[in-house]
Design a protein around this ligand. Structure first.
Ligand SMILES: Cc1cc2nc3c(=O)[nH]c(=O)nc-3n(C[C@H](O)[C@H](O)[C@H](O)COP(=O)(O)OP(=O)(O)OC[C@H]3O[C@@H](n4cnc5c(N)ncnc54)[C@H](O)[C@@H]3O)c2cc1C
Length: 603
């Protein structure tokens, strides 16, 4: 048998971001032995990059807020394609999860009377994001790690999982390799929680780090699980556009929440030009009302810069396409203008947006308290992912759970800012609880040694090939293809071409050769990532081709309107028996009357 180190856990959690850590804490609290695997060092997960805050209807800043309003906002933001039960659980449980984080030692900015401060964000009716400056993710991960580390959880750092094993129709464990030595690790587990985050690296311009290559999506798909909503990729409206080396790095929505405005090269505040009917009643009539909203005036309505991300991103693309963009292909985001309104503007910006201030100062040599930033859309978040049971987070493969960005359902066609960090806490806990219960109720499965041999053989195959085909070139070509043909604005012809080109890239990936040995070999790691990137890209392009309408984050130039017949349709992706990707429509569960009433009342 291939040389490997072996580990056994009741529950194996793949991923050490907010979802993975919260799941691990919950499973351990349920009495399970828990192992957590992550690709990088503990503390480096994507969650650490989160800036703006955690959405939870604590009603600390505006007493009109409550779980019902949060639920209605989330459903409207997701264009009602959300799994309603997940949206309900999320809205009901996130305040408790935030208070629990506080009890575990998380620091937050405070209201004058000492409660957790909440800020405005796009699509949220009231100030709802619990935050600490613009470094909320760091505080969240620090707290979860501190708490988790004392529970006796085993951490396997710098280990990448490449295969999930199944036995008797349920999950049985996983095979990974340690990135430093290149040796295999076999994990035996009664239940597995996927918490691997997103897919941003399938695109050229992204706010995501090198780790987000769609591994969890592909591991689940290969194990036979269903994926849903893969056409819904969130392009955040404001990423850096200049200099080229930092293109895509996120500029938090918190800038707009604090009063930042978007302008084109003519100085026009173009967001007032196009307000979707669904949001007309909730949007300010003029800049003065918008400003008052950002300063906490409860009689004012939100400025159009705080409309949902899909809409703001498309407005920016329109300005650039029609020749009104900034010099480097974006638009201007101005927070410096608040000097006209506040005598303490400079100090206020530095206090509320310290990371943004330093990011622009150090990377672009721009002082955001003095001049506008140049920004443009960047691939940010994946709404699509593993289909899960709303209560337990179990996928369609028994014993395989998913939580956080890799799971789907909560956000529907578009995620509201801040709803990811709360998603991680609410559904991370649920996934951990239910995975532990599954492990307790089911015996230890046996992994077939032949499956392990085959997985190891496939992982080592690139070493045996004498080939000119390099992993980095294929990765670059794939990212360019997805950016240009399956990006913010989509057409049938481009997506058909993309699907054909993806098939060609898969052919090239099968010929990739790797030189050197297994220790510290990033070329080999990149070669292994290609299968994941190609699988999620094919799923995105196929679902995007199939959805012949524009809804939420998915915009078709050839079908620019919503299609009433698709209002309750979600697309399911699954691996067919012949190994080919299959796509089928499914109906989103009907919203019960009491919740439909809540949506209506909070419209
Ligand atoms: C710059 C930025 C700012 C953001 N700001 C906010 C915000 O203010 N509010 C908000 O709600 N959301 C925000 N988001 C989104 C949010 O941060 C993410 O959606 C969320 O952190 C994802 O958490 P997660 O636990 O699902 O996964 P991640 O935190 O992405 O962690 C994934 C983990 O899985 C591991 N992993 C992946 N593949 C493998 C594999 N094959 N084998 C082993 N381990 C693997 C990784 O190593 C990592 O440990 C922001 C995102 C970015 C990029």
């Amino acid at each position: 048998m291939v040389d490997h180190q072996s580990h056994s856990h009741d529950v194996l959690v793949i991923g050490a971001g907010g979802a993975g850590l919260r799941a691990a804490i919950a499973a351990s609290a349920e009495g399970a032995t828990v192992g957590v695997v992550c690709k990088s060092l503990l503390g480096k997960a994507h969650t650490v990059m989160a800036e703006g805050g955690i959405a939870a209807a604590l009603a600390n800043v505006d007493e009109r807020d409550g779980w019902q309003v949060h639920f209605a906002d989330t459903m409207r933001g997701g264009q009602y394609l959300n799994e309603w039960r997940m949206a309900e659980l999320h809205a009901r449980e996130s305040p408790e999860r935030v208070r629990e984080l506080e009890a575990w030692g998380a620091l937050f900015d405070r209201t004058p009377d000492g409660r957790i401060l909440q800020r405005n964000f796009g699509g949220h009716a009231y100030p709802r994001l619990a935050h600490v400056g613009d470094r909320t993710g760091l505080e969240m991960i620090r707290t979860l790690q501190d708490h988790g580390i004392h529970r006796g959880i085993d951490f396997h750092m710098e280990v990448t999982v490449v295969t999930l094993f199944t036995a008797d129709g349920r999950v049985a464990g996983a095979l990974g390799y340690d990135r430093e030595r290149g040796r295999f690790r076999l994990f035996r587990a009664r239940a597995v929680v996927l918490a691997t985050g997103g897919i941003g690296r399938a695109f050229r311009i992204t706010s995501n780090s090198w780790e987000y290559t769609g591994d969890g999506h592909t591991l689940a798909y290969d194990a036979g699980a269903e994926l849903i909503d893969m056409e819904f990729v969130q392009f955040h409206p404001t990423g850096m556009v200049w200099p080229p080396s930092v293109r895509g790095i996120l500029v938090t929505e918190g800038v707009r929440g604090e009063g930042g405005i978007l302008k084109n090269k003519e100085g026009r505040r173009f967001m007032f030009d196009d307000i979707p009917p669904l949001y007309r009643d909730q949007t300010a009539d003029d800049p003065e009302e918008g400003w008052r909203y950002t300063q906490g005036d409860k009689t004012a309505r939100r400025p159009p810069e705080l409309l949902t991300r899909d809409h703001v991103a498309r407005c920016i693309v329109r300005e650039v396409r029609e020749g009104r963009g900034s010099p480097h292909g974006g638009v201007f985001l101005d927070i410096a203008w608040i000097k006209e309104k506040r005598s303490d503007a400079e100090e206020h910006i530095k206090r509320k947006l310290p990371s943004m201030y330093h990011q622009f100062k150090e990377l672009a040599e721009i002082d955001i308290t003095e001049v506008p930033m140049e920004v443009g859309p960047t691939t940010h978040y994946m709404m699509g992912g593993v289909r899960v049971d709303p209560e337990s987070q179990m996928s369609t493969v028994p014993g395989l759970f998913a939580a956080g960005e890799v799971a789907a359902g909560l956000h529907g066609a578009n995620r509201l800012g801040g709803n990811s960090l709360s998603d991680l806490l609410v559904f991370g806990k649920r996934a951990g609880d239910f995975a532990a219960r599954f492990a307790r109720a089911n015996g230890a499965p046996a992994i077939d040694p032949a499956q392990v041999e085959e997985a190891a053989r496939l992982a080592l195959a690139p070493f045996g090939r004498d080939s000119d085909e390099g992993a980095y070139a294929i990765q670059r070509d794939l990212q360019g293809l997805m950016q240009d043909k399956v990006g913010i604005v989509r057409t049938e012809a481009e997506m058909r071409a993309a699907i054909e080109e993806l098939a060609a890239l898969r052919g090239r990936a099968a010929r990739v050769g790797v030189t050197g040995h297994r220790e510290y070999n990033p070329g080999w790691h990149t070669a292994l990532d290609l299968h994941n990137l190609l699988t999620v890209s094919e799923a995105i392009a196929s679902a995007a081709l199939e959805r012949r309408e524009s809804r939420g984050a998915h915009f078709r130039e050839d079908y620019p309107a919503k299609e009433a017949g698709l209002a309750r349709t979600r697309l399911v992706v699954k691996r067919g028996d012949d190994g080919r990707m299959e796509l089928r429509p499914d109906t989103v569960p009907e919203i019960p009357a009491d919740l439909a009433k809540i949506i209506k009342e909070n419209g």
